[in-house]
Design a protein around this ligand. Structure first.
Ligand SMILES: [Zn+2]
Length: 70
């Protein structure tokens, strides 16, 4: 028997994490939609390298568009 937990879109930000974190994620998403703010250093230095891949010019962090949508 393996791990057969059903984890969908709800499971990702779901029961394991509290409401506060979910709300914070929503807040971050809103900010990123506006100014492409880096989740690491919170500066508007994100540049899109490729569809779904973003790099921060301020701190050099890279992000995949799956989790974040700048
Ligand atoms: Zn950064």
């Amino acid at each position: 028997m393996g791990k057969t937990k059903k984890v969908g879109a709800a499971g990702k930000y779901g029961v394991r994490y509290g409401r506060k974190i979910r709300q914070r994620l929503l807040k971050v998403h809103k900010q990123q939609k506006k100014k492409h703010i880096c989740p690491e250093c919170f500066k508007p230095g994100l540049k899109r390298l490729a569809p779904g891949i973003w790099e921060c010019k301020k701190c050099g962090a890279k992000f995949a568009g799956k989790a974040y949508k700048p």
